[in-house]
Design a protein around this ligand. Sequence first.
Ligand code: ADE
Ligand code: ZN
Length: 333
Amino acid sequence: MIFDLIDVLPKAELHLHIEGTLEPELMLRLAKKNKITLPYNNVEQIQDAYQFYNLQSFLDLYYIGADVLRDADDFYQLMMAYFESCHDNNIVHTEIMFDPQTHTLRGIPFDSFMSGFNKAQLEAKQKYNISSYLILCFLRHLDEQSALDTLEQSKDYLHMIKAVGLDSAEVGNPPEKFKNVFLKAKQLGLQRVAHAGEEGPAQYIWDAIKQLDVVRIDHGIRASDDPVLLQYLKDTQMPLTVCPLSNLKLKVFKTMAQHNIIKMLDAGLLVTVNSDDPSYFGGYLNENFYALVKDLNINETQVSDLCIKSFKASFLPQSTKEKWINLIHTKQY
Ligand code: ADE
Ligand code: ZN
């Protein structure tokens, strides 16, 4: 059965916001512990509130939720809960995004979240043999100076950080706004990714490539509007980290049957499947694959191919990528 295959295949997840894994139960528990008043009293009220009509309507609730995270142990619990779900989903490697400004601008010091993350990452490696990298994301609705300040504050933690990214409200906040901070990050030896072409136009994907020198595009589904871009993405095999359930919840596509991920896969692009903000969008990674089976009829070969691509598109060393890809090719799972 294809659903069993999805469950057992080893996978890498490359587009996951740790703040977007905050489950209602943990949100309520931390709100109580930290004496924070939320606009919800129980799990049902939280779930009822998760009806989104675009990216901004989601971000508004996402930032409210993140406010319950205060000390290192809160961040540890958040990340450890995500690693438990990785174990359940057979995610053996994950590249986790976090939004420092969401926390530092509330007075939470860098050390609180970084030490909580570090403890969880070490424990996940020991307990489940899950490897993980961190991607520091800049909030694009804020100005570049704030991003530069954030990069400066991250200097003591650079050994823990693999890449910088760009997230939050896309339309009206084009990539070129962050040209200088991405150049600085490159000079510090960091990889670069950016959300582009989620709600914004295909031109933002070009701009992320040309102005920010990114090596991977988060979402990128609007590339289908631009045949020249599609050809470029195919020729260069620049990865797209696509998030099907997220796109459905945020009304980027009206139905899953209309999603273009399989069209792009069949066209030879390096697309991957990811969960984005699973607590808010109704499913972790395997649920995203199940949705592609149910509504886009993907077959076992395509499922395996998507898992192979998740390793190809990762920042893992070449030899580790090859190890996982070979395991899948030889069905050693
Ligand atoms: N932050 C968390 N999830 C996001 C998304 N899907 N797009 C932009 N910013 C985000
Ligand atoms: Zn995202």
